[in-house]
Design a protein around this ligand. Structure first.
Ligand code: ZN
Length: 351
């Protein structure tokens, strides 16, 4: 499997840290556990367990092989349980047993938590205790796409590795939407800006709908399980029929809203990041740089076309505008205002 530049970059810094004996005992790896973040974790662990003397990881020694097969005896990998989609207290107990046992091979012990944001509250508190006083030569790797749902006390115990920008799954879908939005019916001047603004607002609506769909069912299952009703509930679609305490129902609704909002913001950030990459590509073309450096390689002709109509100053201004919008949204300024001000200023041509 080929690694993305982001993963390679992050690994280079881990390598340096390892060589200098400065490995943190816990890392929070932010990204897709089935994509960049997962690949990064496998690579990092193989560096730790590879027994080759030359180039490491060799990918051939028994250490490497077992890491890539997720079958190393000194590694424990914990994922959310299928039914509840949460990581539970008993699973954290298994982690604790694992890390306090002597290493089977005399080296490091490691723990991988996939979708760490799905730790249940009690499980999270339990894990926190171990993170606060970890045994020697023990490495914790927490993978999370939504680190905002982790306990801040856990986050503060971890060194962060952020691996955004990969084009897989919903991310790839957003990348395609950005292309569509920016290239549909290219009108020039103010009309073009207004049309693009409208398309972006539509796209954000779709994103919100997607966030709602993604988060609602998960949260409901989780809360019902907390209430001990899960066993009777073989049909999640019938949730509304049960007599649920109105207070708990209220809490449930709040939890759903919070998750939807979190997911929406995350998707919006990815969207803006792709827009930023698009305009960075345009700027590269304005500067006459090689097109094999483009993020939107397959859209090179369209990007060149857009670049042909722009001066360097205008192309650079576009990047600043998007960065500004991204910052303002992160500071929670009202979205309609930020978008209206930003999108209308984007330049599609230098007329
Ligand atoms: Zn090896």
């Amino acid at each position: 499997m080929s690694l993305t530049d982001e993963v390679k970059l992050a690994l280079a810094s881990i390598r340096k840290g390892m060589a200098a004996g400065r490995l943190a005992h816990a890392y929070l790896v932010v990204g897709n556990p089935r994509g960049n973040a997962g690949a990064f974790v496998d690579e990092m662990l193989s560096l730790l367990y590879c027994s080759a003397s030359g180039d490491r990881p060799c990918r051939e020694c028994s250490g490497c092989r077992r890491i890539f097969q997720h079958a190393h005896p000194d590694l424990i990998r914990v994922e959310p349980r299928k039914k509840s989609r949460t990581i539970q207290k008993e699973q954290v107990q298994q982690i604790q047993q694992h890390v306090f046992q002597t290493s089977l091979e005399g080296g490091w012990k490691s723990v991988v938590l996939v979708y760490a944001e799905r730790l249940q509250e009690m499980a999270a508190n339990k894990l926190l205790k171990t993170l606060e006083e970890p045994p020697d030569r023990c490495l914790f790797l927490l993978l999370s796409e939504n680190p905002e749902f982790l306990l801040p006390t856990i986050v503060s115990r971890c060194q962060r590795v952020v691996l955004p920008g990969e084009a897989s799954g919903e991310n790839a879908a957003l990348k395609a939407s950005v292309v569509e939005m920016l290239t549909a019916a290219p009108e020039s001047g103010v009309m073009g800006s207004m049309a693009c603004a409208r398309r972006m607002l539509d796209l954000l609506k779709d994103i919100r709908a997607q966030a709602e769909e993604d988060e609602k069912s998960g949260v409901e299952t989780e809360i019902l399980e907390k209430m001990g009703q899960m066993d009777e509930m073989d049909h999640p679609g019938e949730i509304g029929r049960r007599d649920v305490d109105p207070f708990i129902r209220g809490e449930m609704a709040d939890a759903v809203l919070a998750r939807v909002e979190g997911k929406y913001r995350e998707l919006r950030t990815i969207l803006l990041r792709w827009m930023l990459f698009w305009y960075r590509d345009v700027l590269l073309c304005v500067c006459g740089l090689e097109t094999d450096m483009l993020y939107f390689q397959e859209e090179a002709p369209r990007i060149r076309e857009m670049a042909a109509g722009l001066t360097y100053r205008r192309a650079l201004a576009n990047i600043r505008i998007i960065e500004e919008m991204k910052d303002q949204l992160e500071q929670s300024l009202p979205e309609p205002m930020v978008l209206e001000r930003g999108l209308i200023r984007l330049n599609y041509s230098s007329e």
